[in-house]
Design a protein around this ligand. Structure first.
Ligand code: PNS
Length: 165
């Protein structure tokens, strides 16, 4: 049983995240999308909203033979991966600029849990500039983000923005 975790903030999930998830499906028997519950950050979406949004989208994935679930965690990613008996941590790389941070994180995670490998997957070029932060900024300022985030996520973002005035 090859289980991996795909950790992140997912505030919110973008099509870039989905691209990485799709690419990882043939590599593992099970993938847990693992949302970090970080009390230090003021997210746009609560952890419950993020869990719900991702759970809504997962059934639409063509999963090959991979089981995909979503969960939340607090504390260290490496410890969560160990608890779930994962063999790998999946992370996406969009551009060279991601690499340095991701490398440091991967090495630290390997120090913490030597038996768990980080697997870097290259995002599709069309998502190389997509980030949750940029999507929030563009929508907030009236720009269009079609094709960059799932429609259901965009609807929730718009609802949240109008709620917040
Ligand atoms: O989507 P993000 O914000 O790029 O995800 C970053 C995340 C959640 C993977 C990273 O911040 C993380 O692993 N945080 C948990 C704390 C931890 O394990 N820190 C040590 C890693 S070096």
């Amino acid at each position: 049983m090859r289980r991996a975790i795909f950790p992140g903030s997912f505030d919110p999930l973008t099509n870039g995240h989905l691209d990485i998830l799709r690419r990882s499906l043939p590599l593992f028997d099970e993938i847990i999308v693992a949302i970090l519950n970080n009390p230090d950050k003021a997210p746009m979406f609560t952890i419950e909203e993020r869990l719900e949004m991702i759970a809504e989208i997962l059934p639409k994935l063509d999963r090959s033979n991979c089981r995909v679930t979503v969960d939340q965690f607090s504390g260290l990613t490496a410890h969560f991966a160990r608890e779930r008996q994962a063999i790998a941590i999946v992370r996406g790389i969009r551009a060279v600029s991601d690499y340095e941070y991701e490398l440091r994180m991967a090495l630290m995670n390997r120090k913490l849990e030597p038996g768990i490998e980080t697997v870097f997957l290259m995002a599709g070029e069309e998502f190389s500039y997509v980030s949750s932060t940029l999507m929030k900024q563009v929508l907030e300022l009236g720009g269009r983000v079609e094709g960059l985030i799932p429609e259901s996520v965009e609807a929730r973002m718009r609802a949240k923005l109008s709620q917040n005035g």
